[in-house]
Design a protein around this ligand. Structure first.
Ligand code: GLN
Length: 486
């Protein structure tokens, strides 16, 4: 049996029944990484020794008869912008090459406490800016379903590692769609939680009012398990909410009677690929068959979300990235005459083109004279978008849409057309701007490539998302498909 093809919850059952050891599971994953990651490019760092050491520790606990914890013996990959003590944390940027984190992020601590096995650090778009993973300064990540295509971004490594069976679970980050869009393109389940549900402490900031850590798994149960393990209040992140985290396993039921689902017409317009549209329409029928009441609804302000998002996220990025100046943090140029030259040359050498574009845009919209016209205006639009969602959630339990307008595109296809790249996130960005949660689940295959269904919920209603997503899975088989890497 190939252990890497199983879900985390299946592995947990086997561990509980003593049918397998954590060391065997970990070894199977490490072997798979060694044999295919050269093709896939998902990992930037593999922590073989640490992983095997932790697996041994878990096996000893099980032998002693200790009860299994939530993630006992489950191999987890971590995006390279989330701190793991003693491992690199480079955000796939030249400016942080060689940087090793001296502490654990809150989410990392939680995974370790739950006896998860950390396999290593995953490739990404530089500083999480991108939709295709082509902005990594290290190497490309390939889509496990077709190695000539992108996995999506920015959490391309996190998602490809799960889809390619190089990790059982993984963590990504989602600022405007970076967990959901690649999850859709690679056929796995990815959640962007409500802003404030999961701590950001120890996570390198991109757009602080938008960033969230997102759990990724092969199916909904796995995604819920990882979400459960890392959610909740953290004294080190004052934006985390003091709201009870429900037991998500209770939401994993098939019955949708009494649930009202809205279909926003704005999310089915121009630019949506026909195959994707058909798959999503089929999925909506399944939800109806399982008892949900489905009706159309409208989110007219979503049209302005992308513009507001690029102003707000770039403004915050320009401020957050100011610390990488060659003095306090990051690469320092070799040849300089004064401190100004240190800043200029270190940053010019260290940052890639996309990051520079965001810094320039962000600095511009925050500068005197333009602040009111752009930044302040964008914040007002953001408020209206929030109100739009809140209005719809008075009537509906959830909203359903495509996650991405297309399936995975070819490597290089959009690199010269920034606007078409930014449009990949057209359906995910409004959710981020509003701060509500959304999950992407596999809902079809078009010409051999996965399609994702996005289910959006009201603030802190992740349990409803898991319920609807799980119900859908129970009636379909897309989550059971595994990519064959050739
Ligand atoms: N693709 C979007 C961007 O480039 C979203 C990125 C993200 O969610 N981290 O900003």
């Amino acid at each position: 049996m190939d252990l890497t093809k199983l879900t985390a919850h299946e592995l947990k059952d086997m561990l509980k029944n003593k049918e397998v050891k954590a060391q065997e599971i970990t070894k199977a994953y490490l072997d798979n990484i060694n044999s295919i990651d050269e093709k896939l490019g998902a990992y930037l760092h593999v922590a073989e020794e640490e992983a095997m050491g932790k697996a041994l520790e878990v096996d000893k606990k099980i032998e002693k008869g200790e009860a299994l914890k939530k993630l006992s013996g489950i191999p987890v990959g971590i995006k390279d912008n989330i701190s793991v003590r003693g491992m690199q944390n480079t955000c796939a940027s030249k400016i942080l090459r060689g940087y090793v984190s001296p502490y654990d992020a809150h989410v990392t601590e939680r995974i370790k406490d739950e006896d998860g096995i950390i396999l290593g650090k995953l490739n990404m778009d530089e500083f999480a800016m991108g939709s295709s993973n082509e902005n990594s300064s290290v190497k490309l990540v390939k889509n496990p379903w077709d190695l000539t295509r992108v996995p999506g971004g920015s959490s391309g490594g996190s998602v490809a590692s799960v889809a390619g069976c190089e990790s059982a679970l993984s963590l990504g980050t989602d600022t405007g769609g970076s967990v959901r869009q690649p999850a859709s393109l690679c056929g796995v389940v990815g959640l962007k939680p409500t802003y404030g549900r999961i701590s950001r402490s120890g996570v390198v900031a991109f757009g602080s009012t938008l960033d969230q850590v997102g759990p990724i798994g092969k199916d909904v149960e796995d995604c819920a398990l990882l979400t459960q393990s890392i959610s909740g209040l953290d004294s080190k992140d004052f934006t985390t909410a003091n709201i009870q985290v429900p037991d998500y396993s209770k939401s994993l039921t098939k019955d949708l009677r009494g649930k009202k689902i809205g279909i926003p017409k704005e999310y089915f317009g121009e630019g949506l690929n026909d195959g994707v549209r058909k798959s999503v329409e089929e999925a909506i029928k399944v939800l109806k068959d399982n008892g949900a009441e489905v009706e159309s609804c409208s989110l007219p302000l979503s049209d302005y979300a992308l513009s507001a998002y690029y102003i707000i996220s770039s403004a915050e990025a320009s401020s957050n990235l100011a610390r990488f100046d060659g003095i306090r943090y990051g690469h320092r140029t070799k040849d300089f005459k004064n401190s100004n030259e240190i800043y200029m040359k270190s940053r010019s050498e260290g940052f890639g083109d996309e990051v520079k574009r965001r810094i320039m845009l962000g600095t511009y919209v925050l500068s005197a004279g333009y602040y009111d016209a752009y930044y302040k205006k964008a914040l007002k639009v953001r408020k209206l978008i929030k109100d739009d969602f809140s209005r719809v959630f008075k009537e509906f339990d959830a909203i359903v849409s495509p996650t991405s307008p297309t399936t995975a595109f070819k490597i290089g296809e959009k690199t010269d057309d920034v606007m078409s790249m930014y449009l990949s996130d057209i359906y995910t960005v409004p959710v981020s701007v509003a701060g509500v949660p959304a999950i992407s689940v596999p809902c079809g295959m078009v010409e051999g490539l996965p399609v994702g269904l996005q289910i959006i919920g009201d603030y802190f209603k992740e349990d409803k998302l898991f319920n609807i997503a799980y119900s859908y899975e129970q009636s379909t088989d897309f989550h059971k498909m595994r990519a064959e890497i050739k």
